[in-house]
Structures are given as structure tokens and as C-alpha cells.
Design a protein around this ligand. Structure first.
Ligand code: SF4
Length: 333
């Protein structure tokens, strides 16, 4: 039970007093580290206001994009973001990547270049950027993420009509421009490019489209191709999940550089459950989180997380506290 609660801001964290314990609440910009197939233990950095994006993908986990935005803005103070990332890295036992991703398109933040640079000046942890690739045709954007160690763009379609069906982009954005941007980025960038293709049954999985995609990614010379499919509740229920054996066939078709990452996620929940629950308990040792926070950082659906939290509570690993209208979970020492 909460005996006393104080919400204040210091070093961009809120604090919650529960009995004599002091808990960190959700930081403003960082989340995790989250266990990730592609990036190991990844400390997410979200530098975009919720759903500020130039796409409205049918598979988006963050929800629908109310207004598609193409204007790059300096949303937050560079120092505040960098401070929070470095402080979190000092607190965290293991972080394999600092990953710019989150609830919108990170390259829409005008300050991403300075943020990456300042973080790399302070820590050795490699930096990754997950992007929809839509702004890579702009030289300034290519330069802005040039210092990242890995860039993970997505390209879900080769044809304009399928691109518009899946990604529902801002009217100014065309797939040909994105492909050209990826090509130019590859020419100048010395880091790794791991390109993700979200395969959606009945939308981009026909033979012609897959051939075109393969042709493009082969010419681009990316370092890895990651095939994904819809595994969590999508923005649009019409987004169709591919069967594992169909993804495996596609993986073989795309060749040696290709990996299926969605099947890992499914296996991840079953076989690697101890790993992610341990990671969660370690986060809950440092800060109390609501069930929504936990769903966000783990990427697991709310009903499933609620069920898992009940089990962990019964096992005596975590406990729940009421604070205002919310229930916060923390780890038991
Ligand atoms: S680009 Fe990312 S954030 Fe934007 S709509 Fe698509 S999935 Fe969502």
C-alpha cells in the first residue's frame, strides 16, 4: 500500500515513495533495456511525441496516425535526452545497443544527429536507429544518422500501390523516392544496414511483389534482411499474419543474408520466458511500472502481460501498489 506519494522531477525521472522505498517511475525518453532478437538488450530512446509520423502503417503497434507529419522538428532538449540515456546506461547491468525508436519516426527529430553524437562521446555502447526510411532521400537526414553503428530501415513494398496500402504514407512520399534514398544511404554509410520487410498475407506476399523486393534489396547491398510478420495486435485488424512455413520459404528465396525474426518472437515468449521475465524484474527493481508501461517496453499484449504479472505476483517476485488511479508493479528484494 502507498503510504506517501510524491511526484517530482529531477534528472527527468519521477519518484514514487512506497513505504520507505523510493522508486523511479517511467523516464521521459528511455525504455528498457528490452530483450530483442535483433539488438540483444536494447535501451530504447523515444525522441518523438506519440505517433508523430509520416506513415500510418496498417500493422503499427502504436495505433493510428491522426495527422501524417513531414516537418522535422526539435522536439526536446538534446541535453535532457543525452543525460537520461547516459544515466540509464550507468544504472543498467547489460545494454547491447542504445536504440532510437519508439512511438513515431525518429528521423523527424531535427536533433537526432547531435543526440547520437553526444551519446557516442560519452559511452561505448553501440547506437542503432530504427527508421521507416522515408526521409533517407534527404542528404541532411542521411548525415544525421551517419554516426549510428547500425541503421534498421524498413521497406515493405516495391510497388507504389502496395506501399500505399501497407504504409499509408503522407501524400508527398513515394516508394521510389525511399528506394533511391536507401541506395544513396548505402553508398555513403559505413555502418551496418539491417533492412526489415514486414510480410503481410494477401498484401505483399504475391510472387511478383516478392521478386521485385528481392531485386531491390539485392541491389541495395544491405547487410541483413529481416523478415517479419504481424505478431502483435496491429493498428488494422486486416493486417494478415504469415504462416511460419511460408516465411521460411521466403527466407530461402531471399538468400543467405535473410533471417525470419517474427518466429523468434513467438518462440521468445515460450522458450525464452525466463530471460524476459528476469529482465523485467531487473527493471522493476529500479523503477515501478504500470501494466501499460510494461506492455510498451516488452511489446507483449496487455492481456498476456496481465496474466504473466499475476503469476509473478503469486511467485512472490513482484508486488503491486496503488498510486492515484494506477497500479504500479515493483520487484520484491
Ligand atoms: S512508421 Fe512506425 S510509427 Fe510510423 S506508422 Fe509505421 S509502424 Fe507506426
Amino acid at each position: 500500500m502507498v503510504k506517501k506519494s510524491i511526484s517530482t522531477r529531477d534528472a527527468n525521472f519521477c519518484f514514487l515513495f512506497v513505504g520507505h522505498h523510493l522508486y523511479f517511475l517511467m523516464a521521459r525518453f528511455v525504455f528498457g533495456p528490452v530483450p530483442s532478437r535483433r539488438l540483444g538488450f536494447s535501451l530504447g530512446v523515444d525522441i518523438i511525441p506519440r505517433k508523430y509520423c509520416n506513415f500510418d502503417c496498417i500493422y503499427c503497434q502504436v495505433g493510428k496516425t491522426a495527422n501524417k507529419e513531414v516537418t522535422r522538428k526539435a522536439f526536446f532538449e538534446i541535453d535532457e535526452v543525452v543525460k537520461e540515456v547516459t544515466e540509464e546506461l550507468y544504472r543498467t547491468e547489460r545494454t547491447d545497443f542504445v536504440t532510437f525508436s519508439g512511438s513515431g519516426e525518429p528521423t523527424l527529430n531535427l536533433n537526432i544527429r547531435s543526440m547520437i553524437h553526444e551519446i557516442k562521446q560519452r559511452v561505448d555502447t553501440p547506437v542503432a536507429v530504427i527508421t521507416n526510411g522515408s526521409l533517407l532521400n534527404l542528404e541532411e537526414v542521411r548525415n544525421d544518422i551517419d554516426e549510428a553503428d547500425v541503421v534498421l530501415p524498413s521497406l515493405d513494398a516495391a510497388s507504389e500501390d502496395i506501399f500505399r496500402l501497407i504504409n499509408r504514407p503522407h501524400s508527398l512520399i513515394q516508394v521510389a523516392t525511399i528506394i533511391e534514398g536507401l541506395k544513396r544511404f548505402r553508398e555513403g554509410y559505413r555502418g551496418l544496414i539491417w533492412l526489415e520487410i514486414m510480410m503481410i498475407r494477401g498484401v505483399n506476399d504475391d510472387r511478383d511483389e516478392v521478386r521485385k523486393l528481392k531485386d531491390i534489396v539485392t541491389r541495395l547491398g544491405v547487410d541483413k534482411i529481416h523478415l517479419n510478420t504481424v505478431t502483435r495486435p496491429p493498428s488494422e485488424v486486416t493486417a494478415g499474419r504469415m504462416k511460419n512455413h511460408d516465411l521460411e520459404k521466403l527466407r530461402a528465396f531471399f538468400g543467405d543474408k535473410c533471417e525470419v525474426i517474427s518466429s523468434f518472437k513467438e518462440r521468445g515468449l515460450r522458450e525464452e520466458k525466463p530471460k524476459w521475465t528476469e529482465a523485467l524484474v531487473s527493471i522493476l527493481h529500479r523503477r515501478s511500472l504500470t501494466v501499460n508501461d510494461i506492455a510498451k517496453i516488452t511489446g507483449i499484449s496487455l492481456p498476456r502481460i496481465e496474466e504473466e504479472l499475476r503469476v509473478m505476483e503469486a511467485e512472490g517476485r513482484i508486488e503491486a501498489h496503488f498510486f492515484g488511479d494506477d497500479v504500479y508493479y515493483s520487484a520484491i528484494d
